[in-house]
Design a protein around this ligand. Structure first.
Ligand code: URA
Length: 442
């Protein structure tokens, strides 16, 4: 196909015009071949950032990203294959519980996750804090693991949607990440290419999230759900609170600890509740027609009975890790220094700023500011209070886990800026702020 002069297509988008599917496809394919330069692609991304994409442009772009690499197919097989994707938060260890739990329920969960960047954590970094755990499986081993265990948890491979990797690299350095159509195309393309039949999106809302308010999160959720469904992937989304961290633990090995607690039927109630809600959505998009309340009870019983934890232990072993961590949490890395941040006065917790806490975790070494930074698996925070709670003067509110005294002192200062106490109680954000399903399903 002959490509219209790239500048002409960029100008049309810049001026608010539309591009047809063939034009978008030829532009993106030329970019992959090297016939459209990075600066031209960057200009197009900026034009899209300001002008958006209509549904057919969005679908065309997403198809192109899917077609840039290999496509898996889990349509054959005894159980529906589903996945969950979170838009990113602080203390979000849901995937570690959800994948083995859904596998134990009888679904297949071929999960491809990302690393943390900025103030948010990433599932791969958490898994790799388990001694020996490998997330670099090729697609054949990935498939084989799903066949054996019902789930596998690996990183994005360059075999799947390589165009997304190229575009994301440019977006990251050109101020074009926070665009609803570009985020939607990026996420949905990867999930369609995974070959699953159902997708649950956890769209985080609040200070620690990409989307600060529920209305912008809803627009993103609706765009992704409609796009996924238009490409044959059943999807639904929950809008969930991310003003304060999810659960107590923030930091890689610390979050694995908390995920194991949850798989033992214990752990913080907000983590358990949101995980069960997302699992119920996954079961529904997987095609089960049961009563959601009954499904939730069945899932809860799998947590309480310990069988989901056994499944996690088998997954850890299959992926090269030490399954003993599920019995003995002390096998996980632990930080040499701990330091308490205590309440400077009696009062009520009115703010626990998830973004500040996430940034503090990055400064401690739990996350990275650039993709090449090395992670310290042991460091992070144990947040011992919730918004709305009454606290006494001197009560430990956050325990800092650090590699040395200096970084512990720095983190205590950071936490002091993240926690606000007031004289009157406030209501915490409800955990579930909304649900987006297509018109075809209630
Ligand atoms: N996560 C993705 O995979 N892509 C985006 O564009 C944003 C978040």
């Amino acid at each position: 196909m002959t490509l219209l002069h790239p500048a002409a297509l960029i100008e049309r988008k810049r001026d608010g015009g539309t591009l047809d599917a063939a034009e978008l496809q030829s532009f993106l394919e030329a970019f992959l071949r090297g016939d459209v330069a990075d600066y031209q692609m960057s200009a197009m991304l900026m034009a899209v950032f300001f002008r958006g994409l209509n549904p057919s442009e969005l679908q065309a772009m997403t198809r192109c990203i899917i077609d840039s690499g290999e496509r898996l197919d889990f349509s054959e097989g005894s159980a529906p294959a589903v996945d969950k994707h979170s838009t990113g938060g602080v203390g979000d260890k849901v995937s570690l519980v959800l994948a083995p739990l859904l596998a134990e329920f009888g679904l297949r969960v071929p999960m491809m996750s990302g690393r943390g960047l900025g103030h948010t954590g990433g599932t791969l970094d958490k898994l790799e804090s388990i001694p020996g755990f490998r997330t670099d499986f090729g697609l054949d081993e990935f498939r084989a693991t799903v066949d054996e265990l019902g789930c596998a948890m690996i990183g994005q491979t360059h075999q799947i949607t390589p165009l997304d990797g190229r575009l994301y690299g440019l977006r990251d350095v050109t101020g074009t990440v926070e665009s609803v159509p570009l985020i939607s195309a990026s996420i949905v393309s990867k999930k369609v290419a995974e070959g699953i039949s159902g997708l649950v999106l956890d769209v985080k809302v609040g200070r620690g999230a990409f989307m600060p308010d529920a209305s912008s999160a809803r627009v993103l959720a609706e765009t992704m759900v409609e796009l996924a469904e238009s490409l044959g992937l059943r999807a639904s989304a929950l809008l969930t609170a991310m003003d304060e961290p999810l659960g107590c633990m923030v930091g890689n090995a610390l979050e694995v600890r908390e995920a194991v607690e949850c798989l033992r039927g214990a752990g913080p109630p907000d983590l358990r509740d949101v995980t069960l809600d997302l699992c119920v959505e996954a079961v529904m998009v997987g095609g089960t027609r049961g009563d959601p309340n009954a499904v939730r009870s069945e899932l809860a019983a799998l947590l309480d009975g310990g069988s989901a934890l056994d499944r996690f232990a088998r997954l850890i072993e299959r992926q090269g890790g030490d399954p003993g961590v599920t019995d003995n949490l002390d096998l996980l890395p632990s930080a040499p220094v701990t330091r308490d941040f205590v309440a400077p006065a009696a009062g009520y917790v009115t703010l626990l700023d998830a973004r500040q806490i996430g940034m503090g975790a990055v400064q401690l070494g739990a996350g990275r500011m650039t993709v090449d930074d090395k992670i310290d698996p042991a460091v992070g925070f144990d947040v011992r209070c919730r918004v709305g709670e009454a606290v006494e003067r001197g009560q430990p509110l956050v325990i800092v886990h650090a590699k040395d005294d200096d970084s512990a002192a720095m983190a205590v200062d950071r936490v002091a800026a993240a926690v606000t106490l007031g004289e009157a109680p406030v209501e915490a954000m409800p955990m579930i702020l909304g649900r987006v399903r297509t018109r075809s399903r209630p």
